[in-house]
Ligand binder design. Sequence first.
Ligand code: GDP
Length: 334
Amino acid sequence: MAASTEAAFGMANMIDTQALRDGNPRALAKAITLVESKNLAHRGQAQALLEEVLPYSGNSIRIGITGIPGVGKSTFIEAFGLYLLEQGKRVAVLAVDPSSPIAGGSILGDKTRMEMLSRSRDAFIRPSPSEGSLGGVALKTRETMLLCEAAGYDVILVETVGVGQSEYEVASMVDFFMVLMLPNAGDELQGIKKGIMELADALVINKADGESLNYAEQTRRHYQNALHLLRHTSFWTPQVLTCSSLKNENIEAVWGMISGFQIDATKNGSLQDKRARQAREWMNKLLHGMLDLKLKENPEVKALLPELNQKVMEGQTTPYVAAQTLINLLFKAT
Ligand code: GDP
């Protein structure tokens, strides 16, 4: 562990939860560093802290934002975030970075990408942790989100590049999931997977300005029709909007849509249901992750695994019997 992180954890026991709840950004940053720590000893402290703040979390609207590199995520978040600050909201921006080379090296949640927003005292911007452990980076982001809520942020924006599994991860931790798109491009060109379209609560066609204005409107109509064919499992019908993040146009309409969703979903109970379901799925995912880890770390399992692999490949034993043997070893030891 780096010396600076070590120094931060001289204070691990001393995270001032009152300062955190008062919205002190330094207390929040320190708490997040604890949650992100890979040191196993800090894990227990982090969980104790999370349990303590849990009753004070949950009072935000959690918004996921995805889109290919260059679609305008950081420009949008800057414009949207500044608009929210004008409305008296406190805004936190978190990122789930798939840490993939395809992401084109863009660092999500990088403050230089949202310069004006990052200067405000009512905005908190946190890049992705560099590496995930159990549950991946997304676990850290979930936990960080709870800390931000306890610190009084009203709107949490979770940003991700639509690569790999990261959009699914984000969709499973937010209340409202939004896909940013370019004007005048089909799904194929935008690299948008059908599964993602099905998760979207809204598509927002960005760069609806200048010469692209008409194309953006055409694209909007195209998706509006396509979305009608998709999911209608909840009370919410996915919306398609256009905006220009660069020119600051129609940004208030995006917020109008989301706050409308928040009001209705709170009233009819679906927001609470969604969060409860997400928490249960998260627990299940952790449970499987923990079992997997135990299996990988068990010395007897480790010792026997190569031999069993070989036997299975050579047809000397069935995969079922081999798997059962390993499970028996694991539970004998625990
Ligand atoms: P990201 O990779 O998704 O975060 O995209 P950026 O926010 O970095 O934007 C990529 C490029 O698109 C930059 O040159 C932006 O200035 C430009 N851009 C972003 N939003 C808009 C917009 O609404 N209209 C126009 N014309 N350009 C935009």
